[in-house]
Design a protein around this ligand. Structure first.
Ligand SMILES: [Zn+2]
Length: 54
């Protein structure tokens, strides 16, 4: 399981915990997020701009 960070605001998406507020169950891989995924916090950075943290 990995973690990905928004370079704009620092929001992190953790695959292990998912983001239930956004409708992503725990264990949802980053690659399985929708192609039009944008950062839920800043709405500025898109999926392919996220940086892998761990
Ligand atoms: Zn962001």
């Amino acid at each position: 399981m990995s973690e990905y960070r928004c370079p704009e605001c620092g929001y992190t998406y953790n695959e292990q915990s998912g983001d239930e507020f956004e409708g992503f169950s725990p264990g949802t891989a980053f690659v399985d997020l929708p192609a039009d995924f944008v950062c839920p916090d800043c709405s500025v950075r898109s999926k392919d701009e996220f940086e892998r943290v761990s």
